[in-house]
Design a protein. Structure first.
Length: 301
């Protein structure tokens, strides 16, 4: 497995940067995650950090060296991250819970599969055109009644991690990757001020992702001005294994089985402030997913 990747997070005109992002990989699988802690609720940066740490910890456990069922892993990890945030809030007896959006992608076997909750986005660009873009869980992107022209608030989300209600999230079907495909995970600080056409043009400009990613971040900050949101993104280019003398990007070919590399660092909160990810907690999360699916199917029928 081989890819080029660049991640950047820039503080805008906010008091603090509540965005978190990172990636980790084994010899045959890679995980890329981005979370945007929600303002208007306490400790959004903690919710985002917990989401990253939980998903990365489960990936480390499951990727041996591949994740057997990627779609199930993404769904279960989203629910486990939600549960960890709720436990943190309960432990601290918080009147309001920390909340975050999240988008995560797993790349393995020449395919990408992703999950998102809220309005953090994933873009896939191929041959200079937009191949895929996630649809936000927001009133702005919810289908409107026929003929309705009522204005909507794009910042009003339908779901997130950490909400008192069970979060909703979408998990994609696997997308077969081609060499040169570019994938970007980003917060609304990027897409909120840069339209899709400009994002696609910049990602496919011919520059390496190590140049295209900071270009996008700088454009978003400039266009956002003094009230700019925080700007966070991870951009990567998928490459099939090349000859041994081509050392650009990240190549996992020489990684031994059992080795796990990560840019997601353990941080806040302190270890004694949250429960461990034990088997019972994970099983409870899976049970909640299945119950939510059952209720959704019952409503549709």
């Amino acid at each position: 497995m081989k890819f080029s990747v660049f991640q950047v997070s820039r503080k805008g005109g906010r008091l603090k940067n509540e965005d978190r992002m990172g990636y980790c990989y084994t010899r045959e699988s890679g995980l890329f995650v981005l979370a945007d802690g929600m303002g208007g609720h306490p400790e959004g940066e903690v919710a985002a950090q917990l989401a990253l740490q939980t998903i990365a910890a489960l990936f480390q456990r499951e990727a041996r060296p591949t994740v057997k069922d990627v779609k199930s892993f993404l769904a279960e990890s989203a629910m486990a991250a939600h549960q960890q945030i709720m436990r943190y809030a309960s432990h601290k007896a918080m009147l309001d819970t920390p909340r975050t959006t999240v988008v995560a992608a797993v790349l393995q076997g020449n395919a990408a599969t992703w999950m998102h909750c809220g309005d953090s986005r994933l873009y896939v660009v191929r041959d200079g055109r937009l191949l895929v873009r996630t649809r936000d869980h927001s009133h702005a992107e919810r289908p409107k009644p026929h003929g309705s022209d009522m204005p909507v608030n794009r910042n009003l989300l339908l779901t997130c991690l950490g909400s008192p209600t069970t979060p909703l999230f979408d998990v994609s079907a696997p997308l077969q990757l081609q060499r040169g495909d570019r994938i970007m995970l980003c917060s609304d600080g990027v897409w909120g001020v840069l339209d899709d056409e400009l994002i696609v043009h910049t990602l496919s400009s011919g520059k390496p992702v190590s140049d295209a990613a900071p270009d996008l971040a700088e454009m978003a900050l400039r266009k956002g001005g003094s009230h700019s949101d925080n700007v966070t993104l991870i951009a990567l280019e998928w490459e099939m294994p090349d000859s041994a003398d081509d050392r650009s990007g990240v190549s996992t070919e020489t990684i031994e089985d059992g080795v796990f590399a990560s840019t997601i660092q353990a941080g806040m909160p302190a270890d004694n402030e949250i429960d461990d990810l034990d088997e019972d907690a994970i099983e409870r999360s899976i049970a909640e997913i299945n119950e939510a699916i059952r209720r959704s199917a019952a409503r549709k029928s």
